[in-house]
Design a protein around this ligand. Structure first.
Ligand code: ADP
Length: 187
């Protein structure tokens, strides 16, 4: 059986994973699934999810798993992603990573590659302050980086232990990083 391809993008806030995921999604014709975007849209539309998530997003905290897991499961059942996808912003803690592993095993049709974008702290803060999204205040940025170290860094270790991690240096220009990503992506 031929496997459809999934890319999981990991990296701290400001690493450029959202930008790169979006670009590659167009170039490789693989739909981009961004939990951050899904949440921001839900917040602006004031849906039930949005109302529940808002508090966490604006504090720089992770939204509780129970708000996201069903949503991810449903997203993976939709038609548009059956021949490939790029996931960005999920998993963000080890329980989300084990959930995703189980889900993908259950679906049984994807071979996934995990890519970690590495960027120095100094650059991260510079980029986030320039971006100026509503959750990009100095205080939230500090908290998001803390949450990243506490909760998401272990996800990187999790994939590394399972020998499923490709790291890419994200300290370069947008174009250079896209080129490096294309070199390591094995489609
Ligand atoms: P960034 O990676 O730049 O911080 P994202 O757009 O990926 O931004 O996420 C924005 C916010 O949405 C996060 O700070 C968090 O509050 C929430 N969020 C996104 N994905 C998840 C997730 N998988 N689990 C919990 N919260 C999430």
């Amino acid at each position: 059986m031929s496997h459809a391809k999934g890319l999981i993008f990991l990296g701290p806030p400001g690493s450029g994973k959202g930008t790169q995921a979006q670009l590659l999604s167009k170039q490789l014709a693989m739909p981009h699934i961004s939990t951050g975007e899904i949440l921001r849209e839900a917040i602006s539309k004031k849906t039930e999810l949005g109302e529940k998530a808002q508090f966490y997003v604006y504090q720089g905290e992770l939204v509780p798993d129970e708000l996201l897991l069903d949503l991810i499961r449903e997203r993976f059942n939709q038609n548009d992603i059956q021949s490939g996808w790029i996931l960005d912003g999920f998993p963000r803690n080890v329980s989300q990573a084990t959930f995703l592993d189980k889900l993908l095993l259950e679906l049984g049709k994807f071979s996934e590659q995990v890519i970690n974008l590495e960027v120095s702290d100094k650059r991260l803060v510079e980029r986030l302050l320039l971006r100026g999204r509503k959750d990009d205040t100095a205080e939230t940025i500090r908290r998001r980086l803390e949450v990243y170290r506490e909760k998401t860094q272990p996800v990187i270790d999790y994939y590394r232990q399972h020998c499923r991690l490709t790291s890419v240096d994200g300290n370069h220009t947008l174009e250079e990083v896209t080129a490096s990503l294309k070199e390591v992506i094995t489609i």
